[in-house]
Design a protein around this ligand. Sequence first.
Ligand SMILES: NC(=O)c1ccc[n+]([C@@H]2O[C@H](COP(=O)([O-])OP(=O)(O)OC[C@H]3O[C@@H](n4cnc5c(N)ncnc54)[C@H](OP(=O)(O)O)[C@@H]3O)[C@@H](O)[C@H]2O)c1
Length: 339
Amino acid sequence: MAFSKKEKYNVAVVGATGAVGRRMITTLEERNFPIERLVLLASPRSIGITFKFKGRTVPVEILTETSFAGLDFALFSAGASVSRQYAPFAVQAGSIVIDNSSAFRMEKDIPLVVPEVNPDAIPDQPGIIANPNCSTIQMVVVLHPIHARYRIKRVVVSTYQSVSGSGQKAIAELTTQTTGVLESKDFIAQVYPHQIAFNCLPHIDIFLDNGYTKEEMKMVNETRKILGDDSIQVSPTSVRVPVFYSHSESVNVETEEPISAEEVKKLLGDSPGIQVVDRPEQNEYPLAIDAEGKDAVFVGRIRDDISRDKAINFWVVSDNLRKGAALNAIQIAELIVRR
Ligand SMILES: NC(=O)c1ccc[n+]([C@@H]2O[C@H](COP(=O)([O-])OP(=O)(O)OC[C@H]3O[C@@H](n4cnc5c(N)ncnc54)[C@H](OP(=O)(O)O)[C@@H]3O)[C@@H](O)[C@H]2O)c1
């Protein structure tokens, strides 16, 4: 069934009770996405849960193979195995799938889209569109204008990723552990292999044979796919930190063309989706707590690399549940309904 323009659309959020799914619901409402019918889907564990949407109470339904009849969009954020199992049924029913999981991101025929970077990757009649990994999205929004002007050769990035990137259970775990430590109570680490409260874990997702984690290799491979340039070298280290919301990243970029921090500040200030916060003399630079709930990717500490020519350093912060997940997916849907 071909996609056709309408005044309002039937939309499903798959994984509606999760950290990303909840942001999907509030972001759809805030941005006034043209919705006729909102269908909220999750596992049988969530039966009885309801959400408010535009003044109405919407119950959560159990996801099944037949959930997608009559739906124009299915926004998936229920993990890769759920996407692999159910996205084909959604496509078969004629829905456009926008998938937040890693299930399809690196498949050759599936577009991996960040609207500020590669909106033209969305085909006329989309089936599945993949939403990139949260740490990759905020980095490529900033790398894109730099690459267009100076040609990027190499990126060295270290991430400081919030626990909400691991879902609802991790948010609860940081809360329990923080009070547990402060009140000298016993607790066990369940979501992470070690205590996350008052700690930093250089370990996100599983370790691969090359010594990097899967999260780190997502930043390598997805960056190249989105920027459409396999020659870009990316050297990542991903770290989980005891922060609830927003990921922060320290990024060093080396370019083919001569580059300067002054020029980059101006360039990024004029680029879509980016807000430059860079007045260190006033103690102003991007902070995780300030980025929470905001749409922009915040950049600051933009400075020349004192160790080599044609290289700069900067600090990037964005809300991983918003631009890193729900907002990016909804922006993709908006591009489709507006064109
Ligand atoms: N958190 C982030 O910053 C972020 C960013 C980008 C992408 N993602 C991706 O988005 C996905 C969800 O992440 P999250 O952080 O929102 O996780 P989460 O908080 O753990 O939520 C998972 C959601 O999936 C649902 N679900 C799990 N198994 C299901 C099944 N068999 N059938 C139907 N629904 C099922 C859960 O429903 P129940 O409540 O009923 O169990 C819940 O709604 C993951 O693929 C993740 O990699 C997350």
